[in-house]
Design a protein. Structure first.
Length: 247
């Protein structure tokens, strides 16, 4: 399990940058959802990120969020204390044609905290590659594949797990946008935990970099496998509201 897809959220809110310089955003979301799974026990989360990019297409950035999915596993005999996710990523963006862009890179997800002896840490390293096609002035289509070179978010012996992300965006009118997503998570050595997820969202952009997004997400994950010790069904269909401020 892990975090609203970070890169999909950047695309949805328009906070990413392909130009040289720096960019960043702060988010307040009613539920931190990643690949269809709540990372915050279906409660609000505070998030933020910064990115540096060059005119040649290289970029690097950092992103963080409050979380609870690890500490929610804590027991009186095996205490888990981890309330933050810190990500670092770097890559290269370019164009294959006027309407076709590519993005390749790597991302490291870190979960600092205190864990009991023998606990399989959730820290994960992924490589990714994606293509985006501008089908028209209003429509953009994307596909991205992420490959874990370590255990995936704490699943034992799960190196080599992959995630396929398909997306489409539509500019309804100035300041308004629609975004659709479908994904599939494969987990090596843990096939019963594999699942598909989907999302449909609408955003409204305002002056001075502010955005408001509303998204519905769902999965076909087995509820019994994705229910935490508090009885929360983390993979259930839900709606999340996100307020963002770019700077």
């Amino acid at each position: 399990m892990r975090p609203c897809t970070t890169l999909a959220l950047f695309a949805l809110l328009g906070t990413g940058s392909a130009h040289a310089g720096s960019s960043g955003s702060l988010w307040l979301t009613s539920d931190y959802i990643f690949r269809g799974i709540s990372q915050s026990n279906q409660r609000p989360a505070l998030q933020g990120g910064v990115e540096l990019s060059t005119a040649g297409g290289a970029y690097a950035g950092a992103w963080g969020s409050s979380i609870s999915w690890l500490s929610d596993l804590s027991t009186t005999t095996a205490s888990v204390s981890s309330s933050i996710e810190l990500d670092a990523y770097a890559g290269y963006r370019g164009k294959l044609a006027d309407a076709v862009a590519f993005d390749v890179g790597a991302q490291y997800y870190a979960y600092p905290g205190d864990f009991p002896s023998g606990f399989n840490r959730a820290d994960t390293f992924e490589l990714y590659a994606g293509l985006t096609v501008a089908a028209s002035d209003r429509v953009s289509l994307g596909a991205k594949y992420s490959l874990a070179t370590t255990d995936l978010f704490g699943y034992v012996d799960s190196g080599g797990s992959g995630y396929l992300d398909l997306s489409a965006t539509y500019a309804i009118a100035p300041g308004w946008g629609l975004a659709a997503h479908a994904g599939r998570q494969w987990i090596e050595g843990n096939d019963v935990f594999a699942y598909s997820d989907w999302k449909l969202g609408v955003t409204r952009s305002f002056d001075h970099g502010a955005s408001l997004g509303l998204a519905w997400t769902g999965t076909d994950a087995d509820d019994a496998l994705y229910t935490n010790p508090h009885g929360r069904r983390l993979a259930r269909s839900t709606v999340a509201l996100t307020l963002a401020q770019a700077f």
